[in-house]
Design a binder for this molecule. Structure first.
Ligand SMILES: *Cc1c(COP(=O)(O)O)cnc(C)c1O
Length: 235
């Protein structure tokens, strides 16, 4: 078995155990394999191991990979999630190539994505990014802004509002990780009451996935634990 296959199996095992530990069904938690900076060969290994959903942070790198796998017979059934910061001038590429965008944090970007989504594709699935704890970060809205932005996004014809996403500030203390994720879970549950199609709470990475699952995450975004450490020295 390859390292990536083994890692995927281990990560899935940890997700299942974390879910069972807090009396959740393991099927409630999906795994997004975050493949940013990793070569197509690594993604191909993950596909061979049964992984179908991949997350990319850089628009052009993501589009190149999507095109690569679209040309292959095993490209069918893959699901591509854009999870990086999105600039207006890159929105068209996201609208034309990805299945999901996790980082909608202003109406202007949402409007562009909706306008630019090709008619022959299903609506783009979007999550609203919440800046839940990282005051340094410029990405994401404050929780208090969620109802208004959600209302506007939900009204756009070529988007489907599926939920919320967060990248909390790094924190090694489990109870503190949990406290932040629980704020997200409360906002998610509130949103679900207003929008029946909302079903996705995207939170949890390699170092905090157990707390995220305990708080109610439905989609963990895992890079390092699957593909190994990233090397940015070539970038
Ligand atoms: C890179 C990244 C991840 C994966 O992080 P790991 O710690 O490698 O698991 C998840 N989500 C986002 C938004 C990222 O940018």
């Amino acid at each position: 078995m390859s390292t990536i296959q083994q890692n995927l199996q281990d990560v899935r095992g940890r997700i299942d155990a974390a879910a069972v530990n807090c009396a959740r069904a393991p099927e409630e938690v999906s795994l997004l394999a975050v493949s940013k900076t990793k070569p197509v060969a690594a993604i191909a290994e993950a596909i061979a191991a049964g992984q179908r959903a991949f997350g990319e942070n850089y628009v052009q790198e993501g589009v190149d990979k999507i095109r690569h796998f679209a040309a292959l017979p095993d490209g069918a059934g893959l699901e591509w999630h854009f999870i990086g910061p999105l600039q207006s001038n890159k929105s068209r590429l996201v609208a034309e190539h990805f299945d999901w965008c996790h980082t909608v944090d202003r109406l202007r970007i949402a409007q562009r994505l909706s306008d630019q989504r090709p008619a022959e594709l299903p609506p783009l699935n979007v999550l609203i990014q919440i800046n839940i704890s990282d005051e340094q970060s410029k990405s994401g809205i404050e929780l208090a802004q969620l109802p208004l932005l959600a209302q506007a996004v939900a009204a756009l014809p070529r988007l489907t509002l599926r939920g919320v996403m967060a990248i909390p500030a790094p924190e090694s203390d489990f109870p503190r990780q949990l406290a932040v994720f629980r704020q997200m879970a409360a906002a998610f549950q509130q949103l679900q009451q207003d929008y029946p199609q909302v079903d996705t709470l995207s939170m949890g990475m390699t170092d905090d996935m157990v707390a995220a699952i305990a708080a109610g995450s439905t989609l963990v975004r895992i890079g390092t634990a699957i593909f190994g450490a990233r090397d940015y020295s070539q970038a």
